[in-house]
Design a binder for this molecule. Structure first.
Ligand code: F0G
Length: 461
């Protein structure tokens, strides 16, 4: 008999969650102008708005917290964290920061250049924002299948399209490309992985033209798991050997440790270029804190040192990825259209196929987010017309993104499969009644369009 293992942990401490009634949730939604970012977390039964900073820490991490050395400079905790990062990344220079976007900011200040292109598979919002503030021109060059939520399953939909990159080099000249950023896994299109072959080839092409390659490594362990299980030649390679090979192809890596660091706060700027490191140190001192703590408490660094090691254990990753796949498989059985295959950190429902009668300018995925909260107290997030919609810089006219999805992000080591079954029941119910839903109208947005989803206000049509 081949024994099927369940979770590679047992539960030692619990946090109670609260049921609310549909009538109560309707009031909360009205008060929040139909934006679930503005709903109180205590009124969410299952919170899938993000996988960021929401992991359950292990007993080993909690006990490590007590060892936190809070010295201003040269704390013991820094050196433990540094050694753990060097072990997983195989890179020498480690600058901690308070969270991922601080690393994005330092990276952009060092690598992004005014009026020059910044190629990525799909840039995360805070990288795009940091780059745009500096006048740089970020471009999303993921393969076409990665831009289509209805495309058939394939193993590495996060890959960067080398032909698009070559074409830009030919047309604009390599001197007009400041850097390439590969996001692993690719958050904006389903947590889809990038293959080792693609990382290697992007690196080779970049090197030919002396363009620096940076990896946005928020979900580095999940990407490594997909390489191990989907890419030829890696089945017998250890996860950490895979992560080290991934980073061997880049000059610098940035990381929101709130994902695969299995911690609630923290970030990293890691590099093999000493000049870049010296610049990063100074930028960190300016905005984060001294080099050896970078905006984190010593105890945070201790928890991160342990968390990175736990996140790169195969048994943990196998549980983690298969739990997300469990949700995807159950939803497919009920006919709910999702991005296939399921990615690393969540299931992305295709808003276009779910509500084909709601046009994009009436925010179909946001309507779905609202319906899911209203019916079941489950909070997901829109990654579609509101989050990725933009305005033409010349005419000011609204433009609509290729991807129109609702992301159900799964926190690490937090929910059981019975929680996921609740999500399936609720979504299947909404899907069966999909014709009864109408769209939404955007009635408030902040001045920065790329950040509008966090504070937007809506009305139901
Ligand atoms: N890069 C990626 C790929 C991310 O997914 C995030 C955050 C960041 C950078 C920024 O890191 O939040 O620590 O400052 N993603 C979260 C999400 C917020 O919900 O996907 P941060």
């Amino acid at each position: 008999m081949r024994f099927q293992f369940a979770e590679p942990f047992r539960i030692k401490m619990i946090e109670n969650v609260k049921h609310t009634t549909k009538e109560e949730r309707q009031v909360y939604l009205q008060e929040a102008q139909y934006n679930v970012f503005r709903v109180k977390a205590e009124n969410c039964y299952i919170d899938c708005i993000t996988d960021s900073g929401t992991s359950a820490m292990s007993s080993a991490q909690w006990s490590a917290l007590m060892l936190g050395d809070e010295s201003y400079a040269g704390a013991k905790s820094f050196y433990k964290m540094e050694a753990s990062v060097q072990d997983v990344f195989g890179m020498p220079y480690v600058q901690p920061v308070h969270q991922g976007r601080a690393a994005d900011n330092i990276m952009s200040k060092i690598y992004a250049k005014e009026g020059k292109y910044m190629i990525g598979n799909m840039h995360f919002d805070t990288i795009r924002g940091s780059a745009e503030v500096l006048g740089a021109l970020p471009l999303d060059y993921v393969i076409d299948e990665g831009m289509d939520a209805a495309s058939p399953a394939m193993p590495f939909k996060g890959n960067l399209d080398l032909n698009k990159m070559r074409k830009l080099i030919d047309e604009k000249g390599a001197e007009n490309i400041s850097c390439v950023v590969l996001t692993v896994t690719c958050n904006n299109n389903g947590g889809q992985p990038v293959s080792m072959k693609n990382i290697r080839e992007v690196s080779e092409l970049s090197k030919t033209y002396a363009i620096p390659l940076i990896i946005d490594a928020a979900r580095l362990a999940e990407n490594a798991y997909f390489i191990k299980t989907r890419e030829e030649g890696y089945a017998d390679v250890a996860i950490k050997d895979i992560t080290r090979e991934m980073f061997s192809y880049c000059e610098t890596a940035i990381m929101s440790a709130k994902k695969d660091g299995l911690v609630n706060i923290g970030g990293l700027f890691v590099t093999r270029n000493l000049d870049v490191f010296h610049k990063a140190n100074q930028l960190a001192i300016l905005n984060e804190g001294f080099i050896t703590y970078g905006g984190q408490a010593g105890r945070d660094l201790e928890a991160l040192a342990v968390g990175l090691q736990e996140a790169t254990e195969f048994d943990y990753l196998d549980y983690r990825i298969k739990q997300v796949q469990y949700l995807g498989d159950r939803l497919k059985e009920r006919g709910v259209p999702i991005i296939e295959p399921t990615g690393g950190h969540g299931v992305y429902v295709d808003g276009r196929r779910f509500f084909p009668h709601i046009p994009q300018h009436e925010f179909p995925s946001q309507r779905l987010v609202v319906a899911l909260y209203e019916e079941a107290g489950i909070r997901a997030v829109e990654l579609g017309a509101c989050a990725f919609g933009s305005k033409d810089k010349v005419t000011g006219e609204a433009t609509w993104p290729a991807l129109e999805t609702m992301r159900i992000a799964i926190s690490r080591r937090v929910y059981t499969n019975r929680h996921l079954d609740c999500i399936v029941e609720a979504l299947a119910y909404i899907y069966d009644n999909r014709d009864s839903y109408k769209g939404m109208k955007l009635v408030f947005e902040g001045p920065i369009t790329s950040l509008r989803h966090f504070t937007a206000g809506f009305e139901l049509l």
